[in-house]
Design a binder for this molecule. Structure first.
Ligand SMILES: C[S@@+](CC[C@H](N)C(=O)[O-])C[C@H]1O[C@@H](n2cnc3c(N)ncnc32)[C@H](O)[C@@H]1O
Length: 252
C-alpha cells in the first residue's frame, strides 16, 4: 500500500470516531464539463459583498467583463427583437442569464448545463427550465422556437466537431429573425503575446482553448440562412475570446 493511502486510512480511522471521513477534493480545471465549485463562489461572493457573477468576473477574469459583453451584444443588435424565449448552453453561475432576465424579462429561459450543482442552483434562483444536456445537442428544443440562443466561454472548451454540432443545433432551434451569440477562440485571439501567455501559464487543459477559424465560422452560418451581425473581443484570461453574432434570415 502506498504511504498516502496508509496516512489517509489512519486519519479516516480517527475521524471515524466522529462519523467523519477524509475525501479527496474534486480538482477543478480538470474536466470542462464541470464548473468551478459552487459553495466556494457563493461564500466568496458573500464575504466580498458582491453578486456571484461579479465575484467570478473579479476572481477568474476581468472585473466588468460580463457587463461589457452584454453591452457589446446590445450594440450589435442582439436584443433588437422580441426576447421572450431564450436558450443558453453552459450558463454556469448564470452571470449573463442574470443580466438578460433583469433587462428583458423573458417568459421562458431554458438551459443545457452539464454541471449538476450549478444547474440546480439556477433552477432554484431563477426558475429556469433545465433541458437534458448530452454535451452536443439541443435535442429537447423544438426547431424554430427560440428568440435568442447564446453561450459564453463554453465552445472554447469543446473539440471542434462538438463545436460544429452545437453550431447546427443553435441554427435549428432559433426562429426566423431570432439571434445567435457565442464566443470562440479565433485567430484574432491568438496574437503572439497571447499564445505565449497560454503556453507559459499552463491555463489550457483538455481541448481548451480550441482554435476555430473566424472566416470559416462566418461562412458556415451565412451559407445556411444567417446574416453576420458583427464580432468583438472580450478578455478570457490569460487571453481573449471572440464573440460572433448572427440573425436567422431564412428558416432552415
Ligand atoms: C468556463 S464555464 C463558463 C460558464 C458561464 N457561461 C460563464 O461564462 O460564466 C463552461 C460552462 O459550460 C458547461 N459545459 C461544459 N461543457 C459543456 C457541454 N458540452 N454542453 C453544455 N454545457 C457544458 C460547464 O459546466 C460550465 O458551466
Amino acid at each position: 500500500m502506498n504511504p498516502k493511502t496508509i496516512a489517509r486510512d489512519g486519519v479516516n480511522s480517527m475521524l471515524g470516531a466522529f462519523n467523519l471521513k477524509l475525501v479527496r477534493r474534486k480538482a477543478y480545471y480538470a474536466d470542462y464539463r464541470d464548473y468551478i465549485p459552487l459553495q466556494e463562489m457563493v461564500d466568496g461572493a458573500q464575504q466580498a459583498g458582491m453578486s456571484v457573477g461579479d465575484y467570478i468576473d473579479t476572481r477568474h477574469n476581468v472585473p466588468g467583463a460580463t457587463q461589457a459583453t452584454i453591452d457589446q451584444m446590445a450594440a450589435l443588435g442582439a436584443f433588437n427583437t422580441k426576447i421572450d424565449r431564450v436558450c443558453e448552453i453552459g450558463p454556469g453561475s448564470g452571470r449573463y442569464l442574470e443580466k438578460i432576465v433583469q433587462a428583458y424579462r423573458p417568459s421562458y429561459y431554458e438551459i443545457y448545463e452539464t454541471a449538476d450543482e450549478w444547474a440546480d442552483w439556477l433552477i432554484e434562483k431563477y426558475g429556469v427550465t433545465r433541458q437534458p444536456a448530452d454535451g452536443t445537442t439541443l435535442a429537447a428544443t423544438p426547431s424554430n422556437s427560440i428568440d435568442l440562443v447564446h453561450n459564453h466561454k463554453v465552445l472554447p472548451g469543446q473539440p471542434s466537431v462538438v463545436i460544429l454540432r452545437y453550431f447546427l443545433e443553435m441554427m435549428r432551434v432559433v426562429r426566423k429573425g431570432g439571434k445567435i451569440a457565442f464566443d470562440i477562440v479565433t485567430e484574432d485571439c491568438m496574437r503572439d503575446d497571447i499564445v505565449d501567455a497560454w503556453l507559459s501559464t499552463g491555463a489550457g487543459y483538455q481541448h481548451y482553448p480550441c482554435l476555430v477559424p473566424k472566416q470559416f465560422t462566418i461562412d458556415f452560418f451565412c451559407s445556411r440562412g444567417f446574416s453576420f451581425d458583427g464580432d468583438f473581443l472580450i478578455p478570457m484570461k490569460p487571453g481573449m475570446t471572440n464573440y460572433l453574432l448572427f440573425t436567422k434570415v431564412e428558416s432552415v
